[in-house]
Design a protein around this ligand. Sequence first.
Ligand SMILES: Cc1ncc(C[n+]2csc(CCOP(=O)(O)OP(=O)(O)O)c2C)c(N)n1
Ligand code: SF4
Ligand SMILES: [Mg+2]
Length: 335
Amino acid sequence: MDMTQWTKKDYMGAKSTLCTGCGHDSVTSQLINALFKSQIDPFNVVKLSGIGCSSKTPNYFISKAQGFNSIHGRMAPLATGVHLAHKDLRIIGISGDGDTASIGLGSFIHMVRRNIPMVYIVENNGVYGLTKGQLSATADEGTLAKSGEKSFLQTIDLCALAIESGAHFVARSFSGDSKQLSALLSLAFRQSGMAFIDVISPCITFANNEGSTRSYDYMKTQNEQLQELGFIQPKEEIKVDYPEGEVQEITLHDGSIVWLKKNSHKDHDFSSRESALALLNEARGSKHHLTGLFYWDDKAPKSVTSNMTEIPLAQLGDEIRPPKSALDEILNEFA
Ligand SMILES: Cc1ncc(C[n+]2csc(CCOP(=O)(O)OP(=O)(O)O)c2C)c(N)n1
Ligand code: SF4
Ligand SMILES: [Mg+2]
């Protein structure tokens, strides 16, 4: 395929109907950028979601792709089914914190265990935006909802849970950090297994109040980046001025380059599950939102379909039917 076959327009979708300033729209913009830069075949994409403002967003990118807006919390089993039926399709799933961390939690964990190849994005605002801002299970302890309700329960950290459940690529970003988010998305599109990105995405209408730990103001002061992250596509000219020392440069199989400059957590080894979990555990107690690439094992195990036929199940024809001679043989046994 010609590397510049697709234009940015090929990745556009319908006009967003979300509230102006919603973080989810920024995620969509970076998704379109990363898809375009990665020259993903739009006709080979399947967009999946559950229910929520976040789950509406697949409608706002790649109109040319196929899509299925499912029921609340059921994106994970849907993705598993899509992959089983047609393992050659590229799955992009968009979910919300309510969708994934509450009603869909059980199926999410099992989908991660099965390593269903897809890019799984949670647009995490700590509230149920669509149903008027109730606190979700990812709301930080002590955060204040617009209604005045204070969260007193421990938060569910979806990144830690994904690592614990066996994910091989786990990162967190902020919808307002276009550089970090687009680099992480571009990297996620190169993973052969499941790539999980939790994006803190403020709800301007129900979680942008004083006392909320997911408001734009809060994120501006409390976003702590694990590493500075850059991504260079195979045919791009490399003109990044690498700072001296502390830079990890990784060349991927297709020639693209990822560079990571360690920031505050100099000892973090992103290839170590233990190190990633310890880091997330430590961050949970602090007031900061730690963003970056937490865990990446590029030798990901195979997915559930690895031992299946090369031809996608949906395209199997006569191969799955026993030939007439085999049926005759069985019938003759009863003759
Ligand atoms: C089975 C079921 N239970 C409850 C609802 C109501 N409901 C719709 S969206 C939603 C939560 C959405 O929150 P989230 O997934 O975080 O998305 P956001 O709107 O915040 O982006 C709920 C509880 C539903 N649609 N279906
Ligand atoms: S209610 Fe919140 S999450 Fe939903 S579209 Fe508006 S700002 Fe976004
Ligand atoms: Mg939400």
